[in-house]
Design a protein around this ligand. Structure first.
Ligand code: AMP
Length: 544
């Protein structure tokens, strides 16, 4: 027997409609590229998103068409979140920090028909145009007269002109909630980047849980600042969560330095700010230098990399700001776990409580997790046995876009590539990674790319890219090289191969020559052994 409740699909447009109807006067404030603050309301977001949807109709974009954005966190990007997905197209948020050849590959792979971009990426777009012939329209997120500032405005459209031509008299369509809504490429695994394709259903369910107390605990009195970029996993879902909760949304634009972020938090009364540890370190350093304190910030959500004890203590003990340590991935929308205390922890001392909350935390409703050994046997939850972390749930990936052979699903469980323990109270703690990757400042680096470029030198026999600890960036890559017999190769020669092929931050900081490369039975380089050999190694920029 079916229930007799209304059968309304879970659509992203419903989040915006809710914000417009019930929190229409609540503000959305953005730092613009020019540096000044733009402010309007959720009612304005809704009106302009509808105008955008109509403009996309006029451009002839069919349902399911991919629409790319190359943009910072700002109000026009927010309108793309709602206008594109709400009108049944798919928003593809592109990471502008990638090398232009990688971005072009991604645009072609996604089959993007339109690219919306911030003025600061006009030069990048010039280099992308010949490389991405499938793109039919390039739209700059600007007023029409700003097009005159670009070197070559031929073929460029102005966002404001495009939407000004539309009335906004538009009704959001209703369709199957399993329809694709947005996509995000991740280079966390080897080979070419892979796209995660979110659905309306996965996004709305994720948003609902994100808002709960065991998630981030967001309400209508909050002001949210996602410092995490809108091109990274939908800014962790914050632009949706703010609409659902009727909260104020504050978007930092390109200004992610400590002074700008601090200024925005104080000026706009931010209560919850979200980002990776590198961003918070920059903010905390700035505050320490200027003896600043927070007057409104209550919570900060830290994820993407592990939060260190000193960062947790600085936020909590010096600034009275609660740290919510989270674990998640592009493939998990991203929220998987949050580190919150349980009733039995109330009796513990503050230090002991902080130790519990430094773990990556417990799964939110919707996420199921387990750890398994190399044979796939489940490991006990005793806080000691480590295993490969696998997860499942309605906002966890089932397959990558256009990837027919999916080797990361094990009987419905997604293999995260993280290695972890789980304790008896279901607190997850990451201990290692089985995936061959380096994460620097919250961004993945491709070890394969680094190795292939080193191997393009004809004196190099084998190359292995390894992440080594760095106090600011968490990790930086170095490339370990075995020369061909009698070959003459210098570190400078190898480092000179990277400019023009990878962005500077994606390139290795150092070259380490070895006499022997440790190889496994199948001839694969044993990176675990190299990592052990490199213990005690110091990166050149850190000195000895
Ligand atoms: P991404 O897909 O770029 O969001 O990266 C996801 C990966 O970042 C995870 O699989 C982990 O390896 C790492 N990660 C995410 N959150 C944390 C955390 N709180 N502590 C340590 N590593 C994390």
């Amino acid at each position: 027997m079916n229930g007799l409740m209304q059968d309304k699909p879970l659509l992203i447009s419903s989040l915006l409609t809710h914000a417009e109807r019930y929190s229409g006067q609540v503000e959305v404030v953005s730092r613009r590229i020019e540096g000044d603050l733009h402010r309007y309301t959720w009612a304005d977001v809704a009106q302009r998103s509808r105008q955008l949807a109509m403009a996309l109709d006029e451009l002839g974009l069919k349902p399911g068409s991919r629409v790319a954005s190359i943009a910072w966190n700002g109000y026009r990007h927010l309108e793309l979140y709602y206008g594109v997905s709400g009108s049944e197209r798919v928003l593809h948020t592109v990471n502008p920090r990638l090398h232009s050849s990688q971005i072009a590959w991604i645009l072609q792979h996604a089959e993007d028909e339109v690219v919306f971009f911030d003025e600061s990426f006009a030069t990048l777009v010039e280099s992308l145009k010949p490389l991405a012939p499938g793109v039919k329209h390039w739209v700059m997120l600007c007023e029409p007269d700003a097009l005159d500032n670009t070197a070559d405005s031929a073929g460029l459209l102005s966002y404001e002109a495009l939407i000004a031509a539309q009335s906004g008299d538009y009704v959001w369509p209703e369709f199957d909630e399993r329809t694709a809504s947005s996509m995000c490429y991740t280079s966390g695994t080897t080979g070419n980047p892979k796209a995660v394709l979110y659905s309306h259903r996965s996004t709305v369910l994720h948003t609902l849980v994100l808002t709960t107390p065991n998630g981030l605990g967001v309400g209508s009195q909050d002001a949210l600042l996602p410092v995490v970029p809108m091109f990274h996993v939908n800014a962790w879902g914050v632009p949706y969560c703010a609409a659902l909760a009727g909260a104020k949304l504050v978007l930092p634009g390109p200004a992610l330095d400590g002074a700008s972020v601090y200024d925005l938090i104080e000026r706009e009364g931010v209560t919850l700010a979200l980002g990776v540890p590198t961003v918070w370190q920059t903010l905390l350093d700035h505050m320490e230098r200027h003896q600043h304190t927070f007057s409104t910030l209550k919570k900060t959500s830290i994820g993407g990399s592990a939060c260190s004890p000193s960062m947790q203590q600085c936020f909590e003990d010096q600034h009275n700001v609660e740290v919510i340590h989270c674990w998640g991935m592009t493939e998990t929308s991203p929220l998987g776990t949050t580190s919150k205390l349980m009733t039995q922890h109330q009796e513990l001392s503050r230090e002991e409580q902080q130790r519990v909350r430094l773990k990556q935390g417990r799964p939110v409703f919707g996420i199921d997790m387990r750890i398994v050994d190399d044979q796939g046997i489940e490991q006990p939850w005793n806080g000691k046995a480590a295993g490969h972390l696998q997860v499942k749930g309605p906002w966890v990936i089932s397959a990558y876009y256009k990837d027919e052979i999916d080797n990361r699903l094990d009987d419905g469980w997604f293999a995260t590539g993280d290695v972890a323990t789980i304790d008896e109270h279901a607190y997850l703690q990451l201990t290692d990674r089985s995936k061959d990757v380096v994460k620097s400042g919250g961004e993945w680096l491709s070890t394969i790319d680094i190795e292939n470029i080193a191997l393009s030198h004809n004196g190099v026999a084998l190359a292995a890219a390894i992440g080594v600890p760095h106090p600011k960036w968490d990790e930086r890559p170095v490339v370990v090289v075995l020369k061909k017999p009698d070959a003459e190769v210098s570190a400078e020669e190898i480092l000179a191969l990277y400019p023009g092929r990878l962005a500077k931050w994606q390139s290795p900081d150092d070259v380490i020559f070895v006499d022997e490369m440790p190889l496994g039975a199948t001839g694969k380089v044993l990176k675990t052994q190299i990592r052990q050999q490199l213990q005690g190694y110091t990166l050149p920029d850190l000195g000895s």
